[in-house]
Design a protein around this ligand. Structure first.
Ligand code: TRP
Length: 441
């Protein structure tokens, strides 16, 4: 095995309470599926069913929505071989990490969450108790979300603007943990795509389940046609020029069309196309994109066992990362075997506490060449070099890894080997620890 570049990790979750509509497709599914094919990106998509429990107490709906969302993403082209696609509740490490994070999260931080504050305001306006109807689940929502993100050391989290505060909280929570227990957690950044269209719904307001103005993504073809025919327009007659500005019909078309198609549609508006004809064109344009995916969606909905198998395979992939990482995180806080050597002196003043560090060792083999290996704090070998002609060359490679961290892995690929089944995340973590230590020394 040779070292590979450390890829950018992108992760996002979808709460399993609803049925995907066209707005979800344009706003997240389509962009995510495209992004997942970009080279150098490692994508994690998951069904946030623990989050769903916070909002929904109907078991059948949770189950149905999980199937519908999974089938929609797969039908839209998500390749589960290429990405890690899993169900949150299949990863027992998530609630376990949630607890570790809960213990480093200030209650005051959670008090400031927008969703929680909105409940307090609503209750105050209604003259009710401040916490009326607030479950501890709602209050803890940001910690669970931080666990989702931090577990996979995601660099970027594509979300809507309403979720940005949660990503900031995940950063704060990661910083608290790292401050106390060493640099284990990666600080994520929110990724907001301003090019993604906010799709209007049937009545011209933002398409949303709460306005009951949605167009189903994978309903039967005839339902799609009917829903499009019911989009609200003004009362201009055929032959009268029509405005694209402020037209929901045009905006939805725009979200599916390329520039040339959109320009032609705008010309038809100026030329006075009848609303019925414009709707028919919109239907055909959407059907052109969605139609070919529908058969796959219907197949998956009829075969939930196939979706189940895909999600379980995804969970195995996810847990291959989560299980060893959680072990590290547990050990770092002191949940570890009693015979294990304590890694930090409790007497050290806070702030000056030091983690035991991974280390490089240089050595010479009978072949006359110079080698090095990287071992973690407990001495387990994480990485081995190939042979260098001189000790200076080996030393230089070490120096780069120490100062540049995981970023240097790519450049040094040719002179690195690793023990069978190398734990690359552990290698990255070790290098990151060393880099930080070098930077603060
Ligand atoms: N809270 C997100 C939403 O409502 C869903 C979600 C849960 C999520 N966990 C996540 C999104 C982790 C990104 C990362 O949209």
């Amino acid at each position: 095995m040779t070292a590979t570049a450390s890829p950018r990790r992108v992760l996002t979750g979808i709460t399993t309470t609803g049925t995907p509509h066209l707005g979800n497709y344009v706003g997240s599914i389509r962009a995510a599926v495209r992004a997942s094919h970009e080279p150098g990106v490692q994508s994690f998509y998951f069904l946030a069913d623990y989050h769903a429990l916070i909002k929904c107490d109907e078991p059948a709906r949770i189950q149905r929505s999980t199937l519908e969302i999974a089938a929609s993403w797969l039908a839209a082209g998500l390749d589960p071989e290429h990405v890690t696609f899993y169900r949150q509740s299949d990863i027992p490490e998530i609630p376990e990490l949630t607890w570790l994070l809960t213990c480093v999260t200030g209650k005051g931080l959670l008090n400031r969450a927008h969703a929680y504050k909105a409940m307090l305001d609503k209750n105050q306006a209604a003259g009710a108790e401040p916490d009326d109807g607030v479950t501890a689940g709602l209050f803890m929502y940001p910690v669970l979300m931080a666990a989702d993100i931090l577990m996979f050391r995601a660099h970027q989290v594509p979300v809507g603007r309403d979720q940005v505060q949660h990503i900031e909280m995940a950063r704060d929570i990661a910083a608290s943990y790292n401050h106390l227990y060493g640099e284990h957690l990666v600080q994520p950044a929110a990724l907001i795509d301003d090019n993604v269209a906010l799709l209007p719904g049937l009545d011209g307001r933002k398409m949303s389940k709460s306005y009951d103005n949605t167009i189903a993504l994978f309903g039967p073809r005839e339902q799609l046609r009917k829903q499009i025919m019911s989009i609200v327009t003004d009362s201009r007659a055929p032959g009268e020029p029509k405005d694209t500005e402020g037209s929901a019909l045009y905006a939805i078309f725009r979200a599916f069309a390329d520039d040339a198609e959109a320009a032609a549609f705008a010309r038809a508006f100026a030329d006075g196309i009848a609303w019925g004809d414009a709707k028919q064109q919109l239907f055909e344009r959407i059907e052109h994109e969605i139609g070919p995916m529908r058969a796959r969606y219907e197949h998956l909905m009829a075969h939930p066992e196939e979706v189940e198998a895909i999600l379980r395979a995804g969970a195995r992939k996810a847990r291959a990362i989560a299980t060893p990482f959680l072990r590290t995180l547990r050990e770092a806080v002191g949940l570890r075997a009693l015979q294990a050597a304590p890694q930090q002196a409790v007497t050290q003043p806070a702030g000056a506490r030091k983690m035991a560090l991974p280390s490089f060792k240089q050595y010479r083999e009978p072949d006359g060449l110079f080698y090095f290996k990287l071992a973690d704090a407990s001495g387990a070998v994480l990485l081995q070099s190939t042979g260098f002609a001189s000790p200076r060359d080996a030393g230089e490679a070490i120096k780069r890894l120490q100062t540049e961290g995981a970023a240097a892995l790519d450049a040094l690929r040719a002179c690195l080997a690793a023990p069978a089944q190398a734990d690359w995340p552990a290698v990255e973590r070790a290098l990151e620890q060393l880099r930080q230590a070098a930077a603060t020394a």
